[in-house]
Design a protein. Structure first.
Length: 152
């Protein structure tokens, strides 16, 4: 399910960057692609939470970096296909992951023992990475309270 939420976020942020107001985004497109109301709602909740936390994820471009773009080593390129790496770059440009997240993903892929990795595996790994760093993906699924959690 988390992979689908990342896919929905890519769609939503793309629409917002095309200057489409959030109220005018055509959600029927998502429903026709088979996404459930719960998945769409979770993606919106994540987006609203990030915006309310003051994060500016709806920018024209990703935050600039003094570093150049990461180039895959020949061995990495033999495992990570072009579409999978392109997907990582797309998520970076949308502001959903950072350069450090890309490094973590590459390390995990190389250590995983996969002979090759395509977009499907990368989507799963990205969703896992985002869930690890963001509790809003796993709301209600923990058995222990986090450091910022309160009991009402």
């Amino acid at each position: 399910m988390q992979e689908k939420i990342v896919e929905i976020l890519v769609y939503l942020i793309g629409e917002l960057r095309n200057n489409i107001p959030i109220n005018d985004i055509d959600l029927s497109v998502l429903s026709k692609k088979g996404y459930s109301t719960t998945e769409i709602s979770t993606a919106f909740n994540w987006l609203f939470e990030k915006i309310s936390d003051g994060e500016n994820i709806i920018t024209d471009t990703a935050p600039s970096s003094p570093h150049s773009h990461r180039v895959l080593h020949d061995v990495e390129r033999s495992v990570i296909n072009a579409e999978a790496y392109g997907y990582m770059i797309q998520l970076r440009e949308l502001g959903l992951i950072t350069e450090m997240d890309i490094e973590v993903l590459i390390d995990r892929i190389m250590m995983s023992g996969y002979p090759t990795v395509d977009v499907t595996e990368v989507k799963s790994m990205v969703a896992q990475l985002m869930a690890e760093s963001d509790d809003s993906f796993n709301t209600g699924s923990r058995t222990m309270l986090g450091g910022k959690d309160t009991i009402n």
